[in-house]
Design a protein around this ligand. Structure first.
Ligand code: MN
Ligand code: MN
Length: 337
């Protein structure tokens, strides 16, 4: 293996360059990395250790929980709680926020996470992942739910870990996006994808076509123009991908460009979209914008949304700058007409 930086070395170096940064953040990130290594190991073992399939429960979203949703949640919570670097946590798999056991440890951060994203893919041996977002919490009081309701622009760090053929962590602390591959034997993440960027133009889109009848006109128009190909208004052919796993979709866009949409649809109008603002849309928006892309509901920049609820859902359109700008423009044009 070529000589390369470990995740820990990389974070320490980044911290040194930031004025007044404490070592706590490095330790917190180590806790997250440790949890993700454990999840990676268990995902990899699969049926050998009996972790596939459904649990007999539903989460707060009313979705059937997989055994691995619960196991991953417990691994994340215990790893982050053990060392006292966070004052509180919020997880997709738990209705209420979780306050740290060792409140006196003075954790200066809040962690929000989707412990296992794309878990409907797990029984198919397809890629799943973990998504996390870190907020600053400069207080010694026990945090309450409103302390978590910060717009995405206030995130200090966001990342996701992909459990695919390789286990890869993608991370931003607001200074670009970097990818680290887990060396399973050594047990360390190493920098393998420095300065990941998203090309401004694209000819690949990802959307759940089975919801087409429920989309709004701007999204109908965008997709219709794409599928018209070379003789249509776009003058070129587009490709479509749909993995139904946000981590895998965003990783693909970071690697080879494109646009991903889970737009507003009228199938279930009281769900403003499908994906969750705090632990799916916000961390992905921070990463995508740091890589030169854009992230929007179609009408509002994701990172500007003031959250109302920890489990709030939003429409999500992300990826190549020029494509997302076009989709936003179609939304504006519809409003004006
Ligand atoms: Mn998810
Ligand atoms: Mn999940």
């Amino acid at each position: 293996m070529p000589q390369t930086k470990s995740l820990t070395q990389f974070i320490i170096e980044q911290q040194r360059r930031q004025h007044g940064a404490s070592g706590t953040f490095t330790l917190l990130l180590n806790d997250i990395a440790a949890a993700c290594k454990k999840i990676s190991h268990i995902v990899n073992q699969g049926d050998l250790v009996g972790v596939l399939g459904n649990a007999d429960s539903e989460n707060i979203q009313g979705e059937v929980q997989k055994k691995l949703d619960i196991i991953s949640h417990e691994i994340m919570v215990s790893a982050l709680d053990a060392n006292g670097h966070v004052a509180g946590m919020a997880s997709e798999e738990e209705d209420r926020i979780i306050t740290a056991t060792h409140q006196d440890a003075g954790g200066q951060y809040l962690a929000v996470f989707d412990p296992l994203d794309g878990s409907s893919n797990i029984d198919l041996n397809l890629t799943v992942g973990s998504i996390f977002s870190i907020l600053r919490y400069p207080s010694h009081e026990k945090p309450n739910e409103t302390d978590f309701l910060k717009p995405g622009s206030e995130q200090v760090c966001a990342g996701f870990v992909l459990y695919g053929p390789s286990t890869i962590m993608v991370l931003t602390t607001g200074h670009g996006v970097n990818g680290f591959t887990l060396d399973q034997e050594v047990g360390e993440f190493y920098l393998t994808h420095p300065n990941m960027t998203i090309a401004e133009d694209a000819s690949e889109f990802a959307i759940n076509m089975s919801n087409q009848q429920f989309w709004e006109p701007p999204v109908q128009r965008y997709v219709e123009e794409c599928v018209q190909g070379q003789t249509g208004p776009r003058g070129k052919y587009f490709n479509m991908r749909w993995i139904a796993s946000l981590v895998a979709e965003v990783y693909r866009i970071l690697m080879r460009g494109g646009v991903f949409m889970y737009p507003f649809d009228s199938k279930n109008p009281n769900m403003a979209g499908r994906l969750r603002l705090l632990y799916e849309a916000n961390p992905m928006a921070f990463i995508v914008e740091q890589a030169g892309g854009l992230c929007s509901t179609g009408r509002q920049r994701i990172l500007d949304i003031p959250p109302q609820d920890v489990h709030q859902r939003v429409p999500l359109i992300l990826g190549a700058k020029n494509e997302v700008e076009r989709i936003i423009r179609y939304h504006h044009e519809q409003q004006e007409s």
